[in-house]
Design a protein around this ligand. Structure first.
Ligand code: USQ
Length: 395
């Protein structure tokens, strides 16, 4: 039985991944310190619905399926806590059997502060983002180097590391010819927020570990994710993942869906020509699974561009508006002054063949998928708080 350690197991992607691998009979341990829930509380941001905490969810999962997801609650910025997960001294906060899970074959690293707007609120939130994301990544890298060099690290990166250059974006690497000589480098990066910049630095840290100590790393350059339900979340209401629609933690498609249901004009920033590569939550899980099934060799860094289709923000708003109207919602689009510093009309041509080559079967953003999301979000209409949808964090 393969052993997987999931860092950030309480998150939007962490919990569905944990259930997916547990269902596939992997031995799963999840770790979290509830950073996102705490920030939401501090900023008075509520999610679309309440979700039981990680310990409660692992208990429910065990009761319903008989499968065990071990839980350790703790701050991964604490290097001794990270090392305890590798040297066998960890004390689980919930487990069916308290016996040590053993060294992980794979670590999936989601344990980052994932919001660009949060990182840009002020110097304190920028510092928290930098220290959390970099220290956690460094603690993980050292623990793997010191205790378990065979472990494959799968790290969630972001398409935002590349920015929007005026040339084709390759998959991680670029061959450069200079003064008659050639070499291959990590593709040039130019992030649009402090958060995205920490993801570049993470990539650089792990690339250093790969070159220096022969670590095995896969870095998944993911675009904005949308969606709610996965196969396992359908087993029971209480197993569904957290869902943010606020300006800080909500990603754009999820936000637009909630806005349409609430009768709040869809907030297209600026001209709306910003193009990004989007991915369904079910495909995120598929991509992680494919990455685990195809690990890099010792001393190799795999970089995959993880999205299935590209849209401008305006196209997304128009598509969501047209379905909202069909469903009887009164839905308008509002072009508001862009609070972010980003190009609003730009070239965007990205190579993303690798994961398709490994067997990814995309779930596209079809009318059926959107209608399913409308139905789901509609059930929680009464919970939507309009005042958290747009506050205008500016940079
Ligand atoms: N946008 C709007 N209106 C909104 C919200 C967003 O027009 O109400 C625009 C943004 O200006 C941006 C695009 O939609 O051009 C995507 O914004 P987003 O908030 O969905 O995504 P972003 O801030 O880039 O971050 C999200 C996740 C982050 C992940 C990233 C992937 O929060 O963790 O790394 O997507 S990527 O965008 O490819 O860098």
């Amino acid at each position: 039985m393969e052993n997987i350690l999931i860092l950030g197991g309480d998150g939007y992607l962490g919990w569905p991944s944990a259930m997916f691998f547990s269902n596939k009979r992997y031995k799963v341990t999840v770790v979290d310190n509830y950073l996102r829930r705490d920030i939401c509380k501090k900023l008075d941001i509520s999610m679309l619905y309440n979700v039981p905490n990680l310990i409660e969810r692992a208990r429910i999962w065990h009761k319903l399926t008989g499968l065990e997801i071990k839980v350790a609650i703790g701050d991964l910025q604490d290097s001794e806590f990270v090392r305890s997960l590798f040297n066998g001294t960890v004390k689980y906060d919930w487990a069916a059997s308290k016996e040590y899970a053993g060294l992980p074959d794979t670590v999936i690293h989601f344990a980052e502060m994932p919001s660009a707007p949060y990182s840009m609120m002020d110097y304190r939130t920028a510092n928290l983002t930098i220290s959390n994301n970099l220290i956690v990544t460094n603690n993980l890298m050292y623990a793997v180097k010191d205790f378990s060099v065979e472990t494959h690290i799968v790290k969630l990166g972001t398409m935002g590391e590349y920015g929007t250059p005026n040339i084709d974006i390759e998959e991680g690497w670029l061959e450069i010819e200079h003064n008659g000589r050639k070499d291959k480098f990590i593709y040039p990066r130019q992030a649009g927020s402090i958060y995205h910049t920490t993801k570049i630095m993470d990539t650089d840290l792990l690339w250093f570990g790969v070159r220096t100590w022969g670590l095995k790393v896969t870095d998944l350059m993911q675009g904005p994710v949308y969606g709610i339900e996965t196969e396992e979340s359908k087993i029971d209401e209480r197993l569904k993942t957290i869902f943010n629609y606020d300006e800080i933690f909500g990603t754009v498609i999820n936000r637009f869906l909630v806005q349409a249901v609430a009768g709040y004009p869809l907030t297209v920033y600026g001209a709306g020509g910003q193009t990004r590569g989007y991915i369904n939550i079910n495909d995120t899980i598929q991509c992680i699974y494919l990455s685990i099934k195809n690990p890099p060799a010792e001393g190799e860094l795999n970089i995959y561009n993880q999205f299935t289709e590209t849209f401008t923000v305006k196209e997304l708003a128009e598509q969501i508006q047209s379905i909202a109207i069909k469903l009887g919602y009164d839905c308008n689009i509002s072009l508001i002054k862009n609070p972010r510093k980003e190009l609003e009309n730009h070239y965007y041509n990205v190579n993303h063949k690798s994961l398709l080559g490994l067997g990814l079967k995309p779930h596209y953003l079809t009318e059926k998928v959107l209608k399913g999301m409308f139905k789901f979000v509609g059930k929680f209409k009464e919970n939507i708080k309009k005042d958290i949808i747009f506050k205008g964090v500016k940079w």
